[in-house]
Design a protein around this ligand. Structure first.
Ligand SMILES: C[S@@+](CC[C@H](N)C(=O)[O-])C[C@H]1O[C@@H](n2cnc3c(N)ncnc32)[C@H](O)[C@@H]1O
Length: 206
């Protein structure tokens, strides 16, 4: 699924607000600015937050429109962001020694068969002691249940909803600092809808 149409107007399709959950984890665990990947950066809202907070950000986004938006805004605001207009697995070999990887509702847009390799690459490109923050949609999501009255208009494009504990188990060799599964009302885009979410904050062993 290509997000070009969603991103091709002047506003931010998924709002301009960054992830409050990510900001809370960085603060709670005293994560210092470091080399960071925003995997599936969209229009860059979390990349901008991280770069404004002093992190050196690599934004990877396959939508040309999204990647160009991130590039132009980071140039205008003189933010330290390197943009790759690419799918993650096409460029992941170029990355290493990162201190933080964030992936906010992007892994579910990959085929199930790609997710194992993506997780292996996230683990490889993090240096020991590096952190990962991931948010995904779960099988509690109305989109998975075909409950069209409560599902997001984007749910047709989701390729994999995560099973209970699936995300946590994929990182069982990491130190899991935070993990939760919950339902959330979403008023940021399209008709009001709900999401079943899993959130993970974990650290690669030293
Ligand atoms: C729901 S959007 C979330 C965007 C952003 N993370 C945010 O929170 O605003 C999902 C994003 O994942 C991107 N994506 C899909 N497949 C991808 C892949 N294989 N590698 C990297 N990004 C991907 C899409 O282009 C899209 O911008």
């Amino acid at each position: 699924m290509n997000f070009d149409n969603f991103y091709s107007n002047n506003n931010f399709y998924f709002s301009e607000s960054y992830s409050g959950g990510l900001a809370e984890c960085l603060k709670k665990y005293n994560v210092s600015p470091c080399a960071t990947l925003d995997l599936g950066a969209g229009e860059g809202r979390n990349s901008f937050f991280l770069a404004s907070s002093g992190f050196n950000v690599i934004s990877v986004e396959p939508s040309k429109v999204g990647a160009e938006k991130i590039f132009h805004r980071s140039e205008n605001k003189k933010l330290n962001i390197e943009v790759y207009n690419s799918e993650f697995l096409s460029i992941s070999r170029e990355l290493s020694e990162l201190g933080l990887v964030v992936a906010l509702t992007s892994l579910e847009h990959m085929e199930h068969s790609e997710i194992g390799q993506t997780v292996s690459e996230i683990k490889r490109i993090l240096k020991p002691g590096g952190y990962v923050y991931i948010l995904v949609f779960t099988e509690d999501d109305p989109g998975f249940k075909k409950d069209t009255n409560n599902a997001s208009e984007c749910s047709l494009f989701i390729k994999h909803y995560f099973k209970k504990n699936e995300l946590k188990e994929l990182f069982s060799d990491f130190n899991i600092l935070e993990y939760s599964e919950y339902m959330k009302r979403d008023t940021t885009h399209g008709p009001i809808h709900y999401h079943g979410k899993a959130k993970l904050f974990a650290r690669k062993p030293l």
